[in-house]
Design a protein. Structure first.
Length: 202
């Protein structure tokens, strides 16, 4: 063998493509850690979304009831059935009067037993817990009535702020939005517990 040619002709060591077991274990550990950090954030997001959606639907129901009362010149009632995890709100307009007669007062509908009775101009208007699973409703307001002339409240609880509001609470109990109906029939929302973007504190 000539000097300087030691090892000549030996094939260099090459690393095959792919990952080692250690690299795979590190990647899996990082993925598990990131997932554990992200899950609570997603849960909070969905909780807030459900509460916000329920509050929006209650406001829409109240606005429809008030506008319809003025449009058809007949009172419209919004009744609450059930509470906590099983609840519903249903709107019903007063019956159309005979020619020359005054319109009668609106009667409450039972959206739990007969949701088909909760109609305005032939269309059903109900918001219920089945649409918003995990959302609970608490309210001393059993029934609200909107006057057919100006859309103002005409029920006996008009001056009672507590009996004119609805608390909608998330499944964890951390977030509560309160929908309040003023004597003028206008709906507003505030955050009673927790922080939900876009809503002021109560």
């Amino acid at each position: 063998m000539r000097p300087g040619n030691k090892g000549e002709g030996a094939m260099p060591m090459r690393r095959h493509g792919g990952f080692t077991l250690l690299e795979l274990l590190v990647a899996v550990a990082i993925f598990v850690l990131l997932t554990a950090l992200a899950v609570p954030g997603f849960q909070t997001y969905f909780e807030k979304s459900r509460v916000r959606g329920a509050a929006d639907q209650v406001i829409t129901l109240m606005a429809t009831a008030r506008q319809s009362a003025v449009k058809f010149d007949r009172s419209v009632s919004v009744a609450t059935t059930g509470s906590n995890a099983t609840w519903c709100l249903g709107a019903k307009e007063a019956a159309e009067p005979a020619a020359g007669d005054l319109a009668a007062a609106a009667t409450d509908c039972d959206c739990g037993a007969s949701p088909g009775q909760c109609t305005i101009d032939g269309e059903q208007h109900v918001v219920d817990s089945a649409t918003f699973p995990g959302i609970t409703l608490t309210s001393p307001a059993s029934s609200l009535t909107f006057d057919g002339r100006l859309g103002m409240r005409s029920d006996g609880n008009t001056g009672n702020a507590n009996a004119s509001s609805f608390d909608l609470t998330s499944s964890s109990g951390h977030y509560t939005l309160t929908v309040s109906i003023s004597p003028l029939g206008q709906a507003s929302v505030c955050s009673k517990s927790g922080t939900i973007l876009g809503y002021p504190s109560c």
